[in-house]
Design a protein around this ligand. Structure first.
Ligand SMILES: [Zn+2]
Length: 553
């Protein structure tokens, strides 16, 4: 039996469900009628980098070691980017290759640099640029270009967050078409037993357009919504039609999985996590005159967010594509208050990432750590939790934080120490950290600019194919369950160290999948290879992409 996985980044039944019911997306509708489906719980917080790594490994971030696109550098606190080598555990393809099965992998995020597999791997989001070595085997790059004219690693973003939403959607649609053509070519010309194709565009469209789809969004404008709603639906019809083209290319003996790495919902405001930590005295600034001057400007309101609003208001948003974001970020750190101004020898906690990730400046772990492990560490965490739960949105007086997780409540495994010490979850997920700068604004909370949609913990899952029950609703599926389910359905032993389980409730009683699960004692942890690091230029290209989306700090 073959397996086809179609990954739709960020796809959610909250958006697609009503369209599917109304018959607007007939291929997804048919798959759901023929198969088992439901919400797919993802890793917390719901960040594509950690959730896709959990999808490919079947383990939680405490074992694979990827908690975000970015993490604090162990030597200097600088915001540092992950790549495929940050992942510490073996992936699905290793187990399948060992069992003699061939895999075709197209566009899974954070798979750059590629690794040797039987038979091919094409990088997805975070591959630096068209000239990088984004294909394994390398000659596949030329072959795809010759076949398709061009291969798009990612959609063109020239019209993102501009008033030309129609052109932005046209670029996303072209990207979907290009990905589908690549998938069909590879499916028909290369050997595979498992084929995975991921569409990143479904995530981008929701980040940009949620305010047109949701009448309760503070930036909802009924006139614009009337104009754009149909265009946004049309984009999703295209995605659905392309799912139909992929389904037509496989035989009826194929297990088909449609899944997403997280869900989506509205985001209304920025929450300035580092401002909050500074107000508690947990984050301290250097005492020199230059930092004092920057702090004065900061208090007066000269902040990156204000500059961002100003350039947007002046119609200069397209400057973004002309000026390298890294150059700008460097400039931003020089002119505005930033981590360059933090006195780490007096700082106890800081935040990196857009989901309320808080890191403790622990002695013996961080380069200038001052918090002692044990009682002091636990008391600090308790204090931050207490203060967080008491926080109010100054504009409304409503609670700002819904829940705070200690790292060990979410993660387990040998890489627990890489994970944030605390995760502060905003009420209703309607706040996110401002990711373009360490101290984006001088307020605690600001109305959002740019994005209007952001991630939620529930993605979606549809299973269809031989032995799958028709029309069954899956209630407790997790993204960790997909590796065990795929391995088991292909007759491969499931490593005991994996965190997920086989989704047996999706299959009929007499189905081959209902045989008992074979467990293996295989070591899931990778040996560190000697692959060279990304070049400075590659790193700069990746940073541009990430900062453009406000993911990186
Ligand atoms: Zn995602």
């Amino acid at each position: 039996m073959k397996t086809l996985v179609i990954g739709l980044d960020g796809a959610t039944l909250d958006l697609l469900g009503p369209w599917i019911e109304a018959g607007e997306l007939p291929n997804l509708q048919r798959l759901m009628r023929q198969g088992a489906w439901g919400r797919l719980r993802t890793t917390m917080p719901p960040i594509s980098a950690s959730s896709w790594n959990s999808f490919v490994t079947g383990v939680n971030p405490g074992k694979h070691g990827v908690v975000d696109f970015v993490y604090p550098n162990a030597d200097n606190y600088k915001v540092t980017l992950i790549d495929s080598r940050t992942r510490q555990t073996q992936a699905l393809w290793t187990w399948l290759n060992e069992a003699g099965y061939r895999v075709g992998l197209l566009g899974i995020p954070t798979c750059y640099p590629t690794e040797p597999v039987d038979s091919f791997m094409i990088s997805g989001f975070l591959a630096p640029g068209p000239d990088s070595e984004w294909a394994y085997p390398p000659e596949l790059k030329q072959e795809l270009r010759a076949e398709l004219g061009e291969f798009l690693l990612a959609p063109n973003e020239r019209y993102r967050s501009t008033r030309w939403l129609d052109r932005f959607l046209a670029d996303l649609t072209a990207s979907v078409e290009n990905r589908t053509q690549a998938a069909l070519y590879l499916m028909n010309h290369k050997p595979w037993d498992l084929f995975v194709v991921v569409y990143w565009d479904t995530d981008m469209v929701q980040h940009e357009t949620w305010r047109f789809l949701d009448p309760t969004h503070p930036r909802y404008d009924p006139i614009q919504a009337a104009v754009y709603r149909d265009q946004i639906l049309e984009f999703h019809r295209k995605v659905d039609a392309d799912i139909g083209r992929l389904l037509a290319a496989v035989d009826s003996d194929t297990l088909v999985i449609v899944m997403s790495d997280h869900g989506f919902g509205p985001v209304h405001s920025f929450f300035l996590t580092n401002n909050w930590l500074a107000s508690l005295g947990l984050l301290q600034f250097k005492r020199g005159p230059w930092t004092a001057f920057k702090r004065l400007l900061f208090r007066l309101g000269y902040t990156p967010l204000r500059m961002f609003r100003l350039t947007k208001a002046l119609g200069m948003a397209r400057l973004r594509t002309k000026v390298r974001f890294q150059q700008k970020a460097h400039l931003v750190n020089r002119i505005f208050l930033s981590f360059d101004d933090v006195d780490w020898t007096r700082t106890k906690a800081f935040s990196i990432g857009s989901f309320g990730q808080i890191y403790v400046n622990l002695a013996g772990v961080r380069p200038q750590g001052i918090v002692q492990p044990g009682t002091e560490y636990e008391e600090l965490r308790e204090r931050i939790i207490r203060e967080a739960l008491a926080l109010r949105d100054p504009r409304t007086g409503e609670p700002l934080i819904e829940r705070v997780y200690r790292r060990e409540e979410l993660y387990s495994g040998p890489y627990l120490s890489r994970t944030p010490d605390l995760i502060v979850q905003p009420r209703g997920w309607e706040y996110m950290a401002f990711g373009h700068a360490d101290f984006g604004s001088n307020k605690l909370v600001e109305s959002i600019v740019g994005l209007s949609g952001h991630h939620r913990p529930d993605g979606m899952l549809i299973l269809s194919g031989p032995g799958v029950k028709a029309g069954v609703r899956l209630e407790k599926a997790s993204i960790l369950d997909l590796v065990p389910t795929i391995l088991h359905s292909m007759g491969v032993a499931v490593p005991q160290e994996l965190d997920g389980r086989v989704l047996t409730e999706a299959f009929e009683d007499g189905a081959a999948v209902q045989r008992s699960v074979l467990l293996s004692q295989a070591n899931v942890y990778r040996e560190r290879g000697s692959i060279s690091d990304l070049s400075d230029e590659e790193m700069a290209q990746v940073q541009d992409k990430l900062r453009g989306w406000g993911y990186a700090g």
